[in-house]
Ligand binder design. Sequence first.
Ligand SMILES: *[C@@H]1O[C@H](CO)[C@@H](O)[C@H](O)[C@H]1NC(C)=O
Ligand SMILES: *[C@@H]1O[C@H](CO)[C@@H](O)[C@H](O)[C@H]1NC(C)=O
Ligand SMILES: *[C@@H]1O[C@H](CO)[C@@H](O)[C@H](O)[C@H]1NC(C)=O
Ligand SMILES: *[C@@H]1O[C@H](CO)[C@@H](O)[C@H](O)[C@H]1NC(C)=O
Ligand SMILES: *[C@@H]1O[C@H](CO)[C@@H](O)[C@H](O)[C@H]1NC(C)=O
Length: 277
Amino acid sequence: MLSRLLFTRSLAISVAAECTRTFLKNTTSSLIDAQTKGTYSGITALSDVTAYTEQFKQADIRVGILSKALKIDTSRSIHDPVLCTTFTEIIVTDKSHPYVIGTRMELDGSKITKIETLVTDQGDWAFNATGYAYFNSIEKWDPIPEAQRDTREVIQAAGDAYFNRFASINVTVPFGTPCARLEGGAYTGGRNLTANTCDLGLPSTTEVVERRYVIDDEMGVVNIYLGFPGLDRAVPDEAAPDSHTFRVEKGKIRYIHTLSTCEGHPGCGMNGTIPTR
Ligand SMILES: *[C@@H]1O[C@H](CO)[C@@H](O)[C@H](O)[C@H]1NC(C)=O
Ligand SMILES: *[C@@H]1O[C@H](CO)[C@@H](O)[C@H](O)[C@H]1NC(C)=O
Ligand SMILES: *[C@@H]1O[C@H](CO)[C@@H](O)[C@H](O)[C@H]1NC(C)=O
Ligand SMILES: *[C@@H]1O[C@H](CO)[C@@H](O)[C@H](O)[C@H]1NC(C)=O
Ligand SMILES: *[C@@H]1O[C@H](CO)[C@@H](O)[C@H](O)[C@H]1NC(C)=O
């Protein structure tokens, strides 16, 4: 309860700060630029107080993924001027070392207070960057025309329902038809592009922890970072680092992109088999 109170208070401070879409977009563009060059120092609004993590563990930005110049195939950023947060998905199919990277930033209106990066590569959940790039390329994530936009509350509720369903069979998730989920390189939509293939079964006794949000109503997207107990079969009691990005159209989930790292347990203890959750 205490941590929730603290969280709410820090949120209130963020909301009060000046946090325009222009500023946030400048920050995510500079992140892409920095990752391409392999130099973190050009990131707009980086400061002495910026906390940095990889796979949810404190890390040194100077020697982390941003120190590597990567050939980025494609990326997508979303921006939340209310929570003052951003999320960027980066896909690198370079055969020398493919990656799919998620970077979440929290800002206070003038500087970045926290960067949380999830670096997935070989050995992470169902990892296949070529597959990620391919299935991403056949999807449509354009900005939603103004008259058709959902409210922030509706977009967030769709993502939350998905994870609430993990803990209770009685929760109804607003899956659209069609709907497809991309995890690593595993795509549920491949079976039938016009069907709802997101409703393929979910856990019903899993309480995910520490959800944190980026909500972009122009894009109809909510990204949720969280701890996912049981995802890593090798350490079922630990909450595995996880990111889910939901594209929501008219209140219904259209696409889900996940990023899940398996800390030192190749394939999250799945021995190379494609998992179902
Ligand atoms: C961000 O804004 C600064 C000025 O505030 C400008 O110098 C810089 O070029 C911008 N960067 C990007 C990537 O737009
Ligand atoms: C990765 O995905 C691509 C595109 O779907 C597919 O052709 C390839 O066989 C996959 N590789 C593995 C190792 O599954
Ligand atoms: C789900 O609903 C049924 C029927 O109302 C109830 O018996 C059960 O306790 C509910 N389960 C949960 C996890 O809320
Ligand atoms: C694909 O899904 C649609 C909508 O659910 C259904 O009408 C159609 O029969 C399915 N096609 C195949 C080949 O399963
Ligand atoms: C993976 O392999 C290990 C060692 O052979 C085994 O103990 C474990 O049960 C396997 N896990 C799964 C999910 O198949």
